[in-house]
Design a protein around this ligand. Structure first.
Ligand SMILES: Cc1cc2nc3c(=O)[nH]c(=O)nc-3n(C[C@H](O)[C@H](O)[C@H](O)COP(=O)(O)OP(=O)(O)OC[C@H]3O[C@@H](n4cnc5c(N)ncnc54)[C@H](O)[C@@H]3O)c2cc1C
Length: 311
């Protein structure tokens, strides 16, 4: 493979764990060159690679304004451009794909490289089925947040290599406009950890224990549709067929029955933990781990244990 570029968001100068895994994963394909397109300031110490990584940092204007995209289109010409799914990364990938009339493949769950082509498995129909396809090594690729990195034997054995910094451009084609670290809470579709709560909580006043657990984990909060219909929680937290689709590494569903419409929005989660006081609740059939018990009892205990463990 010739050239790979990774589009990655940063927080306080750090790349996310999944972006670091992606750099490592793509390094294992032995590309000719690796370009990191950072959506914000990036500290070089946070980039692991066995070979040199060129870096372009972008200002916010460049990823929201289609008229400002051309320098970046030129900078990544001839590259296979990857990103881990988030609202901003997907927006930028689609802008780039449209501007360069290239193919964009999203929802990628697994990927390997052989015979000069990518073999890709991507989820379709809200995660109920998967599609296998092969692709050329130039284009735009959006990987699901729970992308399977297990095929990458080299992961974990990378060393920090030499790095060059492109302060103005790859070959003078792109320039830094401004550095703006991303601030604020994580949008639900981008969250890697989510605590969801349903009608089992009975009253909006009982959400403190959900928020406490989410805070202890650093997770986003979600809810079932009836909960947002009752105005117990804001509508942007509603997950499911008619709400937000999430694909975190961990989804803890508390006091939620597991109706098919709810599952349609959460079945992309890598690990599902269900807490419900009804051992017959449908959600247990779709759970990796289940706890039969009262949320009012289990959640505070879980939060306390996590706080003890993490502090
Ligand atoms: C067209 C259509 C679209 C829909 N879209 C969505 C959607 O996008 N998202 C969505 O979520 N729903 C959607 N629904 C609604 C869906 O069918 C279910 O009605 C809904 O998901 C149920 O929400 P719930 O599990 O919070 O509530 P319930 O069904 O009332 O379940 C509450 C659960 O809490 C448990 N419980 C009660 N007390 C406790 C306790 N103290 N401790 C532990 N557990 C307890 C109960 O055993 C039960 O399993 C849709 C429905 C339709 C018809």
């Amino acid at each position: 493979m010739k050239k790979v570029a990774i589009i990655a968001q940063t927080k306080e100068g750090q790349l996310s764990d999944t972006s670091i895994q992606l750099i490592s994963f793509l390094s294992s394909f032995s590309p000719e060159s690796i370009l990191l397109v950072a959506m914000g300031e990036v500290k070089f110490a946070s980039i692991p690679a066995s070979k040199s990584v060129d870096v372009i940092t972008l200002s916010e204007g460049l990823w929201t304004d289609s008229s400002a995209i051309n320098p970046l289109v030129n900078a990544v010409e001839g590259y296979a451009v990857f990103g881990i799914k988030s609202i901003q990364v997907d927006n930028l990938l689609s802008l780039l794909a449209a501007s360069s009339s290239q193919e964009m493949i999203s929802g990628i769950q697994q990927m390997s490289f052989s015979g000069g082509k990518f073999s890709i498995s991507k989820s379709i129909f809200s995660g109920k089925a998967s599609l296998s396809l092969t692709s050329e090594t130039v284009g735009y690729f959006s990987l699901n947040r729970n992308f399977d990195f297990s095929g990458n034997a080299e992961y974990g054995e990378q060393s920090v290599g030499s790095m060059s910094t492109l302060t103005t451009a790859a070959g003078g084609k792109a320039s830094i406009l401004e550095l703006k670290p991303i601030t604020g809470s994580i949008p639900l579709p981008d969250a890697t950890l989510v605590v969801g709560a349903g009608r089992g909580f009975k009253d909006p006043g009982n959400w403190t224990i959900v928020e406490d657990l989410a805070k202890a984990l650093g997770a986003a909060t979600a809810c079932s549709k009836p909960v947002s219909d009752l105005n117990w929680r804001p509508h942007h937290e509603h997950v499911g067929q008619t709400g937000v689709k999430i694909s975190p590494n961990l989804y803890i569903a508390c006091g939620i029955s597991g109706a098919i419409q709810h599952l349609a929005g959460v079945n992309g989660s890598r690990i599902i933990v269900v807490i419900n006081n009804d051992p017959e609740a449908a959600f247990f059939k779709h759970a990796d781990y289940g706890i039969v018990g009262d949320v009012n009892d289990i959640l505070p205990r879980l939060t306390k244990k996590l706080q003890e463990h993490l502090n």
